[in-house]
Design a protein around this ligand. Structure first.
Ligand SMILES: Nc1nc2c(c(=O)[nH]1)N[C@H]1C(S)=C(S)[C@@H](COP(=O)(O)OP(=O)(O)OC[C@H]3O[C@@H](n4cnc5c(N)ncnc54)[C@H](O)[C@@H]3O)O[C@H]1N2
Ligand code: MOO
Length: 395
């Protein structure tokens, strides 16, 4: 059997980072910057008030209390150049440009709030409550490096330096297709022998959480030609495809039957539990990666975490990283099949223990939904004693 590491290595050797596109800022959340962002101007662009109050010459208010005439008002957005002469003051708002001559702002709370004249009760030193031009960024400074994932704050600074579009690697568009004649859309009525399709929801959501745009393309039955048609329809708009089901040893395995003859998708047994039957390859002239995951709900989810997620990271242009694990003490004795790496479901507690959930079958979706971590049991370990240390992947 092929090792988990070898299967992942094959996948990562095949998938490529997506080509960067010019994206409007509204489309850029979750994409990966493919250029350096520099600021054309200093930020703030001009000296401005940090508070609502009065712009003064600090020397005029060394003896307090003092009453000064208020000669003008400056709101944020004011573009008229204003000056404050000796013995005068100007009412100023947060974000408004400092008038020439003034060297400090007195917060309104330290005054009587007058509009014709104002009594100032506390002295200030030069520079008080002024935000200097270039205090955040100098003109020409790099504000974001290429390779940065654009989150809300990153979008803010891109807009803050005046950009409307950025060059970024888009979120991978991933089409998710369930296979199996037994599958029924949730919300519809089952007859005996049928189950509701859950994998397509899990996998589409997992794509979204992994920084891709998941698109649920419904389920197809057991007819390989129907699957091929569905793939054909969606291939043009997919950066990757995920199918679930139809890859093991049964008499009706539509994914295997449809894709094996193409010669670009391989079906293999990977030494893991759950998730042993795996298919991976590429489709079409654009060599779109396809992940043919096993149908058991826990198997497809674990396969996603181990194989699809790192592939999506690579497509997004993120650096390759090894799966992060933490060490925990297991609260119960565990068994694991020889020669296969197990990913058992458990609840990791703040005290550093992990409680395996009841129901470790790869069909036991409710048990998976209670877990917050996977316990990794290496291939050569068949038993783990209660209290032993294990490596754990947080979900
Ligand atoms: N003779 C053998 N039988 C099986 C083997 C084997 O090596 N020899 N491997 C087993 C393992 S391990 C797994 S995992 C499964 C994988 O089977 P398939 O990928 O072919 O998946 P299906 O047969 O279509 O479905 C398996 C199971 O999962 C349910 N399922 C499928 N799709 C969904 C969905 N979208 N939502 C919810 N549940 C789904 C399906 O009804 C089946 O119960 O094969 C074993 N058999
Ligand atoms: O390997 Mo299958 O994925 O257990 O159930």
């Amino acid at each position: 059997m092929k090792s988990v590491d070898a299967h992942l290595a094959d996948i990562l050797a095949t998938v490529r980072p997506l080509a960067p596109l010019e994206l409007e800022l509204e489309q850029a959340l979750g994409t990966t910057l493919a250029e350096e962002i520099t600021s054309p101007v200093p930020l703030p662009p001009f000296d401005n008030s940090a508070m609502d109050g009065y712009a003064v010459r600090s020397a005029d208010i060394s003896d307090i209390p003092v009453t000064l005439p208020v000669i003008d008002d400056i709101a944020a957005g004011s573009v008229e150049p204003l000056a404050v002469g000796p013995g005068h003051t100007v009412r100023i708002m947060t974000g408004a440009p400092m008038p020439t001559g003034a060297d400090a702002v007195v917060p309104v709370e330290w005054t009587d709030g007058g509009t014709v004249s104002v009594r100032i009760d506390r002295p200030v030193t030069a520079g008080n409550a002024i935000r200097r031009a270039g205090e955040d960024v100098q003109a020409g400074d790099v504000v974001l490096e290429a390779g940065t994932v654009i989150g809300p704050a990153q979008l803010g600074i891109i807009a803050g330096v005046g950009r409307r579009r950025v060059l970024a690697r888009p979120r991978p568009r991933v089409v998710v297709i369930s296979t199996g004649a037994e599958l029924v859309e949730p919300g519809l009525t089952l007859v005996p022998g049928q189950i509701w399709d859950s994998n397509s929801f899990t996998l589409t959501a997992a794509v979204r959480e992994a920084g891709g745009d998941g698109f649920r393309a419904g389920s197809v039955g057991d007819d390989p030609s129907v699957l091929l048609d569905r793939l054909d329809t969606h291939l043009v708009r997919a950066d990757a495809i995920i199918t679930s089901g139809g890859v093991s040893m049964g008499a009706y395995e539509p994914v295997k039957e449809a894709l094996s003859p193409l010669g670009t998708v391989r079906f293999e047994k990977v030494a893991m539990q759950p998730g042993m039957p795996q298919g991976f390859g590429v489709l079409g002239d654009d060599r779109v990666p396809i992940f043919a995951l096993p149908g058991n709900p826990v198997s497809s989810f674990v396969s996603f975490m181990l194989f699809v997620r790192p592939a999506l990271d690579k497509m997004r242009g993120l650096p390759e990283s090894t799966q992060e694990t933490v060490t925990a003490r297991v609260t119960r004795h565990l068994r694991s099949p020889e020669g296969r790496r197990s990913y058992l479901r458990g609840v990791l507690a703040p005290d550093g223990t992990i409680e395996p959930v009841h129901g470790q079958g790869s069909h036991q979706l409710a048990a998976l939904a209670m877990a917050n971590a996977l316990i990794v049991v290496p291939e050569d370990v068949i038993e783990v004693a209660e209290g032993a240390s294990v490596e754990v992947i947080r979900l």
